[in-house]
Design a protein around this ligand. Structure first.
Ligand code: UD1
Length: 449
């Protein structure tokens, strides 16, 4: 396995390009199941979760070819099943439930169970699909779903769940009659999924609002042109946080600034200057960081997927900051690791109080989820000395070439094998000048990225 090593203290300068959004790419890849034939998708990020989704679709009987863009053939479905070994690695696999029921009338999906950031049930997915006529039973850890006649319904979600909304919308596109989905999630990734479904011939109104109206059609067909996945607002936001933390002058290109408004307001309040164009964001910071309070909320509120990265920034901000997590019940695991780097964070239930410190110190740290790992990388960029972030597979799930992108901004960072400990070899991998007297040959530096 690999780890990421960072030598902190450099400012970041330059330009970084935003990749396609993970949380749009996964449902859109899965939505191709609704329209038999060959699909083409562009701007799909290179991520472990995308590979897992393609391998799940392959097991269902839909082969794909990745060559810059993705070609996916959903002409035939051999198995309507998402097995445990795939769902265990990636909760979003549960998104096959709606499309498989709509296309095949049956689906077998492993129950996702708990995960590092909370229990994350799928009762709302099932409630919505049941309203459309699906029947479910649980056995052997699997949900077995059947439907004879998929019929539109009026559905009220108890909370605006993102993947729940996606699952129900996908099934409803092929239901007989009209579905009204109330208290739907409004995330930009849902709008992107709806736009993709519309390109297949679906009839959907209200995307981006809390009420979606879906007029079922008898069949969907692949679009003639490649569909381009929208930019990843969380990735863009992560590089803005990196710029805020390290100081300097960073421009994030190919992004959708409108989708980042809640984060931009917090970064400005924290003392950063932000310039916006139609597709780019430039962040600069000359003075010290200032503490701000933040509360996560469904879109258009502050995204839970940016909470950890902003907390890392606030760990060095003057004064106290209150961070409230309202979406997930157990999403402060990064706090304990940040504390190991010298941050002062006190957590009580869903509220964390962060008291900014002058400096952090590098340490070996590990996180149990994707965004928490990104927070530790951000902390490492400004920490004195060397930080080692273990368990890189979390970052691989959701960040397309994070090490390469941060290096492009001037960070001293490298991805190396877990068992590489020689200080000179680590410095060499990070592109640092060798320390006089600390002997290690070039061949010892086994950077893997
Ligand atoms: C999606 C995102 C994830 C993000 C999250 C919240 C994808 C692939 N993942 O996850 O990155 O952090 O939205 O913005 O898009 N809930 C229930 N019952 C349900 C469904 C959800 O109680 O049936 C609860 C969850 O436990 C959680 C809250 O609703 O407390 C929101 O979860 P949800 O929006 O469903 O998150 P995901 O769709 O899993």
């Amino acid at each position: 396995m690999d780890k990421i090593v960072i030598s902190g203290g450099r400012t970041l300068n330059g330009t970084v390009r935003t990749s396609g959004a993970k949380n749009a790419a996964l449902p859109i890849l899965i939505a191709t199941l609704l329209a038999p034939g060959e699909h083409r998708l562009a701007n799909v990020p290179e991520l472990a979760d995308v590979s897992s989704t393609l391998s799940l679709l392959g097991r269902i009987g839909c082969p794909s070819l990745v060559n810059g863009s993705i070609r996916l053939d959903t002409s035939r479905i051999a198995f309507s099943e998402a097995p445990y070994d795939v769902v265990r690695k990636m909760r979003a696999s549960v998104l096959v439930l709606g499309p498989l029921l709509a296309r095949c009338g049956q689906a077998k999906v492993s129950l996702p169970g708990g995960c590092a950031i909370g229990t994350r049930p799928i009762d709302q997915h099932l409630k919505g699909l049941e309203a459309l006529g699906c029947r479910f039973e649980l056995s052997g850890g699997y949900i077995h779903g059947h439907v004879d006649d998929l019929v539109g319904a009026d559905i009220q979600l108890d909370m605006p769940t993102v993947t729940g909304t996606e699952n129900i919308v996908m099934a409803a596109t092929l239901a007989r009659g009209t579905t009204i989905l109330r208290n739907a999630a409004r995330e930009p990734e849902i709008v992107d999924l709806c736009n993709f479904l519309i390109s297949l011939g679906a009839r959907i109104e209200g995307a981006g609002t809390d009420t979606l109206v879906i007029e079922g059609v008898s069949r969907l067909r692949p679009a003639t042109r490649a569909y381009r996945i929208l930019p990843d607002r969380i990735e863009a936001g992560t590089y803005l946080c990196a710029g805020a933390m390290a100081g300097g002058d960073v421009t994030v290109t190919d992004c959708e600034p409108e989708h980042l408004q809640p984060l931009l307001r917090k970064l400005e309040a924290a003392g950063c200057t932000i310039d916006t164009t139609a597709t780019s964001l430039r962040i600069r910071r000359d003075g010290p960081l200032k503490g701000v309070d933040v509360r996560t909320e469904p879109h258009p509120g502050f995204p839970t997927d940016m909470q950890a990265q902003l907390m890392a920034v606030l760990s060095r901000a003057e004064g106290a900051s209150i961070v409230e997590e309202t979406i997930f019940e157990n999403r402060f695991m990064h706090a304990a690791e940040l504390k190991r780097m010298g941050a002062v964070v006190e957590t009580r239930g869903r509220v964390a109080t962060v008291r900014g410190v002058e400096s952090l110190t590098g340490a070996a740290v590990m996180a149990s989820d994707l965004r928490a790992s990104a927070a530790l990388v951000i902390a490492g960029l400004s920490a004195a000395g060397r930080t080692e972030v273990l368990r890189t597979y979390h970052l691989d799930r959701g960040y397309d070439d994070m090490v390469g992108k941060l290096r492009g901004l001037g960070a001293a960072i490298a991805r190396v094998p877990d068992d590489l400990h020689d200080p000179a070899a680590l410095d060499e991998a990070m592109g640092l000048a060798p320390t006089p007297g600390a002997g290690s040959s070039t061949s010892e530096a086994r950077a893997t990225a």
